[in-house]
Design a protein around this ligand. Sequence first.
Ligand code: C2G
Length: 135
Amino acid sequence: MKRIITYGTFDLLHYGHINLLKRAKELGDYLIVVLSTDEFNLNEKNKKCYFSYEKRKALLESIRYVDLVIPETCWEQKRTDIHEYHIDTFVIGDDWKGKFDYLAEEGCEVVYLSRTPEISTTQIKQDIMSGQKKQ
Ligand code: C2G
């Protein structure tokens, strides 16, 4: 059983997130999503989420590619998560390319997947504010 882990906020869940989760799951058999808590988002990522952690968690748990959702409360937990959950591969979008290479020291493969370029939570919010419609 190949175990995959990925991290993120996943607010206003969209097809870019789904593309990432689908490809992450294709790398193994079991996918853990470590979901940023509201406090972590606010204090560490300067993100004010539209949906609360519980709602974002429920949405992720309904996705067929996702096997487990756990909280992300700090940047440093990745090293311990990898051991605690017996992770084979860490996966994240290539907007983070190079930032988590150090996890290879924990015996974990590190994979950066291409982002879906034309969509983002910020873009969705901006489009709604300006009355734009996504084509
Ligand atoms: N993503 C993507 N394509 C998009 C938007 C997001 O592939 N158009 C990917 C990101 O690269 C990330 C995941 O979807 O792998 C979640 O994105 P965010 O919710 O923006 O998460 P982020 O703020 O990058 O949090 O400790 C790591 C952080 O928690 C990562």
